[in-house]
Design a protein around this ligand. Sequence first.
Ligand code: AIR
Length: 424
Amino acid sequence: MQAGGEHRRTVAWGRASPAPVYSTFHLWDRESDAASQKFFHLCSTMQKDITDIRIGVLGGGQLGRMMLQSGINLNLDIAFLDPDPQAPCASLVPEFTCGSLTDFDTVYAFGRDKDVLTIEIENVNTAALRKLQAEGKKVFPQPDIIELIQDKRKQKTFYKANRIPTADFVLTETRDDVRKHLTMLPAVHKLGREGYDGRGVQVLKSEKDLELAFDKPGLLEPLVDFEKEISVIVARNEQGEVRAFPVVEMSYHPEANLVEFLFSPAEISQEAEEKAREQAIDLIQKLDMVGLLAVEMFLTRDGNILINEVAPRTHNSGHHTIEANITSQFEQHLRAILGLPLGSTELLVPAAMINLLGEPGHSGHARYTGMRESMALEGVHIHLYGKKVTKPFRKMGHVTVTDANLEQLKQKAMKIKEQLKIIA
Ligand code: AIR
């Protein structure tokens, strides 16, 4: 939902403290690494108390909302920018700005009185973030990385150039271009930019599906014969400390192309677990990124791990960490961008996560059915995102179930999927 114009609901903070001055070294310049680290160390000793740092988040949806829940425990000062006046974070913070995330002036104006800027959705104006960074704001993840990841074509080209294992692909400019690669089918056609939550991805099984291909710049990938789809969330702070969460496995809703169920731990070999975590760590280091990176991968039948897509932010594949791990992904993200020590990622108890997607055929004011029955099950944690309006397959909430018994865990997850529905 797009708000007509920009309006701003801001409280007067009365804290006119100047923004701290930080280094802005180039992303790929490794030679300046040592000097930068020293400089960062110096900065961190001079740093403001974390409760005085003004954090601005681009996006005010469910990911921002869960980040805020973690931030509250640390008394953090968090403001949000989102185009939807009814966004999940809109009524929760003293400063919520309603405005476009892709408009230079709006993003720049939002960032001017912040110390640290971060994102909870990738489709943002990076030119404004670059300018804010040049003016001494900390922007994590760095704008170069957001830009790289915003465009799946650039992302894949980066993997290839850096010898990061990924599925084969060809770049396509138009639908007619896709026709030239019929030998690749069955394949997945992905839009280069602006696809998220299952949008911008189309499976082309045979030539007759070609009309479904996007007529815009994209990439074509042969379907990977995978055993499992897995994900690793990894965090890195300015000091270079890196920690990866244990691997999770996911299953996708066939129609919506969205995560339907997630299980942690992933039932994979110790070797695959280590390999996946190492690859995620290698990637965040190669990117020189500060923040949280979600790395979605395929575990192939022959034991290889291919990186599929990444997101430089908190992610659906880490929601269970709120209840199941020592540190949640949301707290870890805040720790990483604030230069704090990273928390333990250890799994405390096996968990399943079920996405609550808007029921197909239902659009309008959201209503929830099956809540009582679901809450009667042991170890069920319901998270609703505060979205007033439901649409088919819109992410409206999620449920995490924790249970030491894996069989019971799966049964409860299935039960919740059957009984908890979001209708209009
Ligand atoms: N999001 C961002 N990238 C992928 C996802 N799922 C989250 C963010 C964003 C919200 O989804 O929290 O703000 C937007 O959800 P919706 O349903 O309004 O499109």
